[in-house]
Design a protein around this ligand. Structure first.
Ligand code: HAM
Length: 425
């Protein structure tokens, strides 16, 4: 066989049916709890001015230094395919003046994101997220609400292996003292040049270094929790108490840090063990009370998360869950001959307009081939129309499970098909 000429770019792949239906169902399940909780839908462009991410996500992060798809347009603008959704959503909220209306503003979004990563299972260069952001509220109830909504989404998908890990990174009140203490500790270690540089620029990121020798050296490192101010500690304790009240078990991880610089106070990650050796996060988020100012806006606290749809589907497959999403149809029409084809085209159109999922054999296939297509379609009922039926103004309605067949008046096909489907439910 000839090899196809074009393939999906490295690190990307296609969703074809039935997995295509499954990824849609995953996204639907993630958005459902948000829509029920009063979140409004927001859509932003899939590229932004590069500086938005450089400032928002952080100049020294892996995302900004290594993973962005950045290019100069024909008009000379410096733009980047969005690697994440929080900075764009906040940019859009500020630009559209949402922060001047009633607060908090609760938003959700769903779309494609792009990171030039080393591709492996669960880590792609193009992936999709469903996200939620709440702007204008410092109340820890919002942090807890978001975590509960995400866990409800995972549960609705049937996932039992998702754990949530929480930490607090402290606010501006607590962080400088911790940063200094951590730096002092890290400077005493024998670290390679790159890591030593990171100690000076962004010491908290060193805690996320996965190399065993670095992890071992970090065993005695000071923890943020030892430096939290009273109000930061109270905030964190309230989030934890509300999660317990809501029946959401969580694990504390005082070393949890994430790859984006905008986080303050609450930080969390949803983890699952079935998505490959290199990563376990099916979603993550946290509070970002300083991000608005970083991108030139007023002080506007925020908190949110993004759930990875691709990784969540992998987690479901790892748990052996039957993938949600209905493919196929309920009624399959089989015309034999051109006149029958024309007549059934109208019947199928009418069925679809009435909300019945219906399809039709095309290309003048014979009865055998068309019945095979009917079986493949998943339909419960076939409507067969031959030349003799047409002359007698009837059609054959066949139950594809029992094989039972019945001649019905052509004019009644739609109502009879609907009744039959209703009786089978
Ligand atoms: P993030 O942790 O970078 O956070 O991404 C969130 C989720 O997107 C990850 O947990 C993962 O499931 C998925 N994801 C990220 N990168 C990839 C990839 N290369 N391939 C497949 N899936 C991936 C954010 O993006 C923040 N904007 C979350 C947030 C919202 N924080 C506050 N509000």
């Amino acid at each position: 066989m000839n090899q196809p000429v074009f393939r999906a770019p490295k690190g990307t792949f296609d969703f074809v049916p039935p997995r295509g239906e499954a990824i849609l169902a995953v996204r639907d399940a993630m958005t459902e709890p948000l829509r029920h909780a009063g979140y409004g839908y927001i859509e932003t462009p899939s590229f932004e001015e590069t500086a938005l991410f450089a400032r928002g996500v952080g100049e020294s992060t892996d995302i900004v230094t290594k993973e962005m798809y950045t290019f100069t347009t024909r008009g000379g603008d410096d733009v980047t395919l969005r690697p994440e959704g929080t900075a764009p959503v906040l940019r859009a909220a500020l630009e559209n003046g949402l922060h001047r209306g009633a607060l908090p503003v609760k938003l959700w979004y769903s779309g494609s994101y792009y990171r030039y990563e080393r591709p492996q299972k669960g880590r792609y260069r193009h992936f999709s997220q469903v996200g939620a952001e709440v702007l204008g509220a410092e109340d820890p109830a919002i942090d807890a609400e978001l975590i509960v909504l995400a866990m409800d989404a995972y549960r609705a998908l049937g996932l039992t292996g998702v754990r949530v890990v929480v930490n607090s990174l402290g606010s501006d009140e607590s962080r400088p003292a911790y940063r200094a203490a951590l730096q002092e500790y890290l400077r005493r270690l024998d670290l390679d040049e790159d890591t030593a540089k990171r100690v000076e620029i962004n010491p908290l990121r060193v805690l996320d270094d996965k190399r065993p020798e670095v992890q071992a050296a970090l065993a005695e490192a000071p923890l943020m929790s030892e430096f939290l101010s009273d109000s930061d500690r109270a905030h964190h304790d309230t989030v934890r108490a509300l999660l317990s009240d809501a029946g959401v078990p969580f694990d504390d991880d005082p070393r949890l840090v994430r790859g984006l610089d905008y986080y303050t106070r609450t930080l969390f990650e949803f983890v699952h063990s079935g998505i490959g050796a290199a990563q376990s996060a099916v979603g993550g988020g946290g509070r970002y009370d300083g991000l608005s100012e970083l991108i030139g806006g007023p002080r506007l606290p925020g908190v949110g998360w993004a759930l990875g749809a691709d990784r969540t589907l992998l987690a479901m497959e790892a748990e052996g869950l039957t993938l949600p999403g209905r493919t196929g149809v309920d009624v399959f029409a089989v015309p034999l001959g051109d006149d029958a084809a024309q007549r059934l085209f109208g019947v199928v159109t009418a069925l679809r307009r009435e909300g019945v999922r219906a399809d039709i054999a095309v290309g003048g296939r014979g009865l055998k081939g068309a019945m095979k297509a009917a079986d493949r379609s998943g339909a419960r009922i076939a409507i067969v129309l031959g030349e003799r039926d047409l002359a007698e103004n009837v059609a054959q309605m066949k139950d594809l499970e029992s094989g039972e067949q019945l001649a019905i008046p052509l004019g009644d096909v739609i109502s009879q098909a609907r009744d039959r489907l209703a009786s089978l439910e």
